[in-house]
Design a protein around this ligand. Structure first.
Ligand SMILES: Nc1ncnc2c1ncn2[C@@H]1O[C@H](COP(=O)(O)OP(=O)(O)OP(=O)(O)O)[C@@H](O)[C@H]1O
Ligand SMILES: [Mg+2]
Length: 506
């Protein structure tokens, strides 16, 4: 149905994709994996016709729908344009009238229900939805186009657990083809039957049958086999070399000539081994060590009866109260739209509450990480972005290097960085600040599997206080959370396993 023929592309003099040829059958469920910056989004954009490759062709017979990794930004454009024209546009009007979808109201309601938006319906006003909820509406739009090929670039980034779970089921039984990039392991295991692995060193794609776990097993078997053949090859080169040396020491001209030929052969076999060894080169990994934070008082934060409404009469936060002590790790848990981000923004001083107050303890030095990369100027380069910051004695280039922002990359404009690369820069800026309290709003979004693990262990080691919002139950569990603020009921207490499970059914 779709055939990719010898696609190549370079950017800023850097090879990204090299001579890639692939095929997608009518019902295939393919997961595209690779480290941050490997070029996954680039490949998807080329297939979706959003970007031109330098070389090669795409042949496609059918209809396709594409969800961009930057959906939150594009959506703002799409939906706000419609809202400018018609302020009280409903979800149904947006999808059916504005977007021309062949979908009934009951179907929209079913989608909304499945996406954990029971309280909303086709008649709900679009303007009153939270950012995450608007993204769900865009996802409903894309899914209900019923295309032959669904191309989804990190579709679960802005979804809560119930909707992610529903989407996993939906994709696995989608009657047509799906090509998806996701850093969500559960999705890659449940919905996928073939893996395209984009190798960031060779810049091409290897195809594996099965889901992500199968792929990992096959990869390690392949590595084991390669190590064996490599050893055999090295032995072979060594044997020939030793043989040649023995021959050349014998003295006869004939034997000397034979030895020279053997030496040449030994050299060739050695080069073969060097070439083979390249197959074992692994992608670089981040090395995060969060600098030791400055000390602070025992009472870190007191929140008293904070309330917030964006639109009069529609409260988002109602009398939120809790206290945080030094070194505690607090998770804020709840579905999309309950106001987790709103609460963090208020505490970070980015947004004003309507009622109530909060007090930070003495000598608190607050660091705030938001999913929207606040503080990254897209027109500036990586270096320009960190230049004016007070990083004390930290060597900027070396520090950025730990976050894999190396070489020419520091001169790249932020807008050209991949999602994961932007996240790594934002994290580098955050950690260089030596904050003793971190407010983290979904810090794992966009990070590849390895980087997520590395961030997790760095945060586990961190000696300061953490308030975190995350939709990843494994991450919250493994971080060693002390207390949980459950929203929207604002229950606050010591962490219990059942709270994590509760997230799924709220
Ligand atoms: N103008 C440019 N100059 C140099 N490099 C560029 C330019 N534009 C994009 N790149 C690089 O292309 C690479 C591929 O980006 P892409 O967004 O396709 O990666 P990705 O695999 O989707 O990563 P992620 O998992 O982080 O989303 C990145 O390393 C990015 O920095
Ligand atoms: Mg990407």
């Amino acid at each position: 149905m779709l055939s990719i023929d010898s696609i190549s592309i370079s950017k800023g003099g850097k090879e990204i994709l090299k001579d890639i040829s692939l095929f997608v059958g009518p019902n295939e469920k393919i997961g595209l994996v690779g480290v941050n910056g490997a070029g996954k989004s680039t490949l998807l954009k080329i297939i979706a016709g959003k970007e031109e490759s330098d070389l090669g062709n795409i042949y496609f017979n059918g209809t396709l729908s594409y969800l961009s990794q930057e959906i939150h930004k594009e959506m703002e454009g799409n939906i706000s344009k419609e809202l400018d024209i018609q302020e009280n546009l409903t979800i149904g009007e947006y999808l059916i009238l504005q977007r021309g979808l062949d979908i009934e109201e009951w179907e929209i309601n079913k989608f909304l229900n499945n996406m954990n938006m029971k309280e909303k319906s086709s008649d709900s006003i679009l303007r009153e939805l939270s950012g995450g909820q608007k993204i769900k509406v865009e996802l409903i739009r894309i899914l209900s186009e019923k295309s032959n090929l669904l191309i989804l670039d990190e579709p679960t980034n802005f979804l809560d657990i119930p909707s992610t779970e529903w989407l996993m089921g939906y994709l696995s039984t989608y009657p047509r083809a799906v090509l998806v990039v996701s850093h969500d392991l559960r999705l890659m295991n449940k919905s996928i039957s073939k893996i395209w692995y984009l190798n960031d060193i060779r810049h091409n794609v290897d195809v594996y049958r099965g889901n992500y776990d199968d792929f990992i097993k096959q990869m390690s078997l392949k590595d084991e086999l390669l190590v064996k053949t490599l050893k055999a090859q090295q032995m072979k080169a060594k044997r020939i070399y030793e043989n040649a040396k023995a021959l050349s020491s014998r003295g006869s001209t004939k034997e000397k000539m034979k030895a020279a030929r053997k030496l040449e052969l030994a050299q060739k076999e050695k080069l073969k081994a060097i070439e083979m060894a390249k197959g074992l080169v692994k992608s670089k990994k981040m090395k995060i060590e969060i600098p030791t934070p400055f000390n602070c008082s025992r009472n870190v934060l007191t929140v008293e009866n904070i309330s917030k409404e964006y639109i009069k009469g529609i409260p988002i936060l109602r009398n939120v109260s809790f206290e945080v002590e030094k070194k505690e790790k607090i998770a804020i848990i709840g579905k999309n739209g309950v106001g987790k981000t709103t609460l963090l923004k208020i505490l970070a001083g980015r947004l004003k509450q309507n009622k109530g107050k909060y007090t930070w303890g003495a000598s608190v030095n607050l660091g705030y990480y938001s999913q929207e990369y606040e503080g990254l100027d897209y027109e500036q380069t990586v270096l320009e972005n960190v230049y004016g910051l007070d990083w004390g004695e930290i060597d900027r280039r070396a520090f950025l290097g730990r976050f894999l922002l190396t070489g020419d990359m520091v001169n790249q404009k932020i807008k050209t960085l991949s999602g994961g690369e932007k996240t790594r820069l934002a994290l580098a800026k955050l950690f260089a600040g030596r904050h003793n309290v971190l407010l983290l709003d979904e810090p794992t979004t966009y990070l590849d599997f390895d980087s997520q693990k590395i961030l997790l262990s760095a945060l586990k080691e961190y000696k300061g206080t953490i308030l975190i919002v995350s939709h990843q139950p494994e991450f919250v569990r493994d971080l060693g959370i002390d207390k949980v603020l459950l929203m929207p009921d604002e229950k606050y207490g010591y962490f219990k396993e059942e709270y994590i499970e509760r997230v799924g059914i709220i």
